[in-house]
Structures are given as C-alpha cells and as structure tokens.
Design a protein around this ligand. Structure first.
Ligand SMILES: Cc1cc2nc3c(=O)[nH]c(=O)nc-3n(C[C@H](O)[C@H](O)[C@H](O)COP(=O)(O)OP(=O)(O)OC[C@H]3O[C@@H](n4cnc5c(N)ncnc54)[C@H](O)[C@@H]3O)c2cc1C
Length: 380
C-alpha cells in the first residue's frame, strides 16, 4: 500500500495514522476532516472545558506524523472501485487503503430546530459557543439524561446554574447502567439541586427571537434561556449511501475492522461483532474504544496481527464521582449489584447467558482491574 486516506480527523482517525507510522508504514497518509481543527479530545467538552477558559483539548502527536491534513471540508462521497474519496468540488483523494472514521453527529429535536438558544454538544465549536453564554447565568433545560446530558447537568450545577434535566426513560443512564443504578444516579442529580423530570419528553421550544419556554409532553411549560438537546448521536454515514458498503446503524465491519477489502472503519461510526456478545453487532461511542479501534483498523489494513478489537470501556464524571466500566453493560445484560455505599460508591457486574460480560464502578477501581483481566482473556 502506498496511499492511505483517512476520512475523519478525530480520535479514531488520528490513532489509525499513528499506528500506521508506528508499524513502519512510510507511504502517503491523507487525513480528511470536516472540521477546521486538528484532532482534539471531546470528553472535556462536557466537563472542565466549560469551566476553564484555559483548558487544552488538543491531542498530542499531530505534528510529527508526516501526514497531509485536508481540514475544513467533509468527504462527500466514495468511489470504492475507483479508489477515490470525493470532497465536493475539490480534488478527490485517491487511495489504496481507506479508514472511515467520521464519528457521529448529535441528534436534534424536531420542533426546536433553528431557534437561537437551542443547542447540541458534540464538537469544539459547540462547546465554545455554550461556554460563551454561561456567564449570563441562563436557566438551562437539558433534554436527555444520558452520558452527555448527565455530565452537563453536573458541570452546570458546579456553576450554580438552574438546571432542569428531562429524561423520557425511567432513570438517567438507564441504558448503559440498568434501572437500579440509574436510580442511584437520579438521587445524585437531585441531591445536587437538579430539577429532574423522568418519564417526560421535550416536544418543542418557543420564544420571541430566542428560546424562552420549553414544552414537555404532559403540557408542562418550563421557563428557559437555553435548551441543550442531548438525545444521543447518529453515525456519520450519510456520505457513504449508495457506495455498496453495508450501512446499518453505522458502517458494518468484520472482526478485523474491515468493511471491504482495503477499507476499514473505526470509532463511533463503526458497528462491529462483539466477541463478548457472541458476535452480535455493536456500535460503541466511547473514547478508549475509538482509540483502540483506530489502532486495530491500521493493523488490519497493513495485514499485521490484530485478532480482536478493544474490550469496550467508558468513564463518566458526575459530581466528583468517576464512573468507569469495562466490557459490555446495560441493555440486554442482567445487572448484579455487588456494592452500594451510602456515599454513592458502587460496583455492579453485568451478566449475559450466565457469564459476566461487563462491570461498572464508582469508587471500587481496584475491583475493576480484576474484571478487565477476566474479560481481556475471553476477548483474546
Ligand atoms: C461532549 C462529549 C463528551 C464525551 N465524554 C466522554 C467520556 O467522558 N468518556 C468516554 O469514554 N467517551 C466520551 N465521549 C465519547 C468520545 O469522545 C467519542 O467516542 C470519540 O470522540 C469518538 O471518536 P471518533 O474519532 O470515532 O469520532 P469523532 O471524535 O466524532 O471524530 C470524527 C471526526 O470526523 C469528522 N467528520 C464527520 N463527517 C465527516 C466527513 N464526511 N468527512 C470528513 N470528516 C468528517 C467529524 O467532524 C469529526 O471531527 C464524549 C463525547 C462527547 C461529544
């Protein structure tokens, strides 16, 4: 291979490029990125970045890779047979090998679009815009109590802002944690002054020139200066429609991370067979996973040994508690609570077909190492 193109200059794209160089690949690498920014870390955007104007989110190692950065223009199409990546009216990028790493985009909420003060949080520009308005001490409504909605609520309570968190499900973080631990997180939000509305949906937002009111599905009207829509993300696959690649809630790849010969996909955009779930396809939207998949994709492209992708894991910061996971948790798994302390620390394991497939903790980090070893062995 002499020319490798990487679509998506985020974490997975960068780690793929780094691994290619680490393996001694000396050919061309072109990194095509829709954003103007060099790759950066997204996790701080819902946490310290909103509190600290000096927070640095840059990812190290971008300067010494010897790659061509083609930033500020999205890949708009792919000619698989002709090995060309299109970028609108710009010169296409030709390749022998391709890594698709275009991530995911924040879901929007029909009925709220276009109204100033209604925002999503996915990228650096979103976070900068959000941080710029926090000084005016807005009353904030957050739609969705998943990872980003919950973390954002915790961060904004740290600024003593009024926060209403509206969640359609029965508990925050119910999908990744299960109902019982979701209830623990609900208590944590309430104890820190969040107005938590469970089992309710935001249906629309209204105001004269910008958001002033947020309407819920039970007729409740919440006064608001800011509505953050945090209803999850969708894989960035629109540009790949009609290319012949299998698209099904992401780019479907095999256990080597390959979507077609010479074409890998990695990170939030990829859906791959889970070793821990007996080959069931999963799409994981977590930092360590995206990095691990980028490495895995690079190895597969070069034919280097890469037997299994990374064991999934996440972390999430809430009110001074750091939640950490390993393996598969949540929907489809049976949670078993091992410890639950009055101060909010906990340890839970997750079972599927009579086997442990994952664990989550806040505060029992050493126990997590045991699960990590166990699952890594199964994963190998
Ligand atoms: C606010 C926030 C907080 C998070 N916090 C945590 C956390 O605490 N813990 C955790 O484990 N995970 C966290 N995550 C998730 C983690 O950051 C992601 O899983 C990770 O960034 C995914 O990396 P990626 O490279 O696959 O995608 P991305 O980081 O999304 O990078 C993809 C890049 O591709 C670009 N792109 C999209 N379409 C195109 C196109 N057509 N052509 C070219 N480029 C394109 C995008 O603009 C983007 O720059 C968080 C995510 C967010 C948004």
């Amino acid at each position: 291979m002499r020319r490798i193109a990487i679509a998506g200059a985020g974490l997975a794209g960068l780690t793929a490029a780094q691994e290619l160089r680490r393996l001694g690949y000396e050919g061309e690498i072109s990194l095509v990125g829709a954003e103007r920014h060099l790759p950066y870390r997204r996790p701080p955007l819902s946490k310290e970045f909103l509190l600290d104007h000096d927070a640095d989110v840059g990812l190290p190692g971008t300067g010494e890779l010897g790659v061509t950065w083609l930033l500020g223009h999205a890949a708009t199409g792919l000619d698989l047979a002709g090995r060309r990546l299109h970028r609108g009216a710009l010169e296409p990028v030709t390749f022998d090998g391709l890594v698709i790493a275009t991530g995911a985009r924040a879901r929007t909420l029909p009925g709220t679009g276009g109204l100033p003060g209604v925002v999503t949080l996915r990228g650096l520009d979103d976070a900068r815009a959000l941080r710029a308005v926090l000084g005016a001490r807005p009353r904030v409504v957050i739609a969705g109590a998943g990872f980003i909605g919950s973390e954002l609520a915790a961060t904004l309570r740290g600024l003593d802002l009024r926060v209403t968190l509206v969640e359609p499900g029965r508990a925050p973080l119910r999908r990744p944690l299960g109902e019982r631990l979701g209830a623990v997180i609900a208590d944590l939000h309430r104890a820190h002054g969040v107005d938590l509305r469970l089992g309710r949906r935001v249906v629309s937002a209204a105001g004269a020139g910008r958001v002033e009111r947020v309407h819920l599905d039970d007729g409740t009207v919440l006064p608001a200066d800011l509505l953050v829509v945090a209803l999850g993300a969708e894989p960035e696959t629109g540009w790949l429609r009609g290319t012949g690649l299998r698209l099904d809630d992401g780019v479907v790849v095999d256990r080597h991370g390959l979507a077609a010969p010479g074409v890998a996909a990695a990170g939030d955009v990829a859906r791959r067979p889970s070793v821990l779930l007996g080959g069931q396809l999963v799409r994981v939207e977590h930092y360590s996973d995206a990095a691990g998949q980028g490495t895995h994709a690079a190895r597969s492209l070069l034919g280097a040994a890469a037997p299994a992708g990374p064991v999934p894991s996440f972390w999430c910061d809430l009110y001074g508690h750091r939640l950490r996971s390993v393996g598969v948790t949540g929907t489809g798994c049976r949670p078993r609570l091992i410890h639950l302390e009055p101060d909010g620390r906990f340890l839970a394991e997750y079972h599927r077909d009579g086997r442990v497939v994952g664990a989550v903790t806040a505060g029992f980090v050493r126990h997590l190492a045991t699960y990590r070893h166990l699952l890594a062995d199964e994963h190998a």
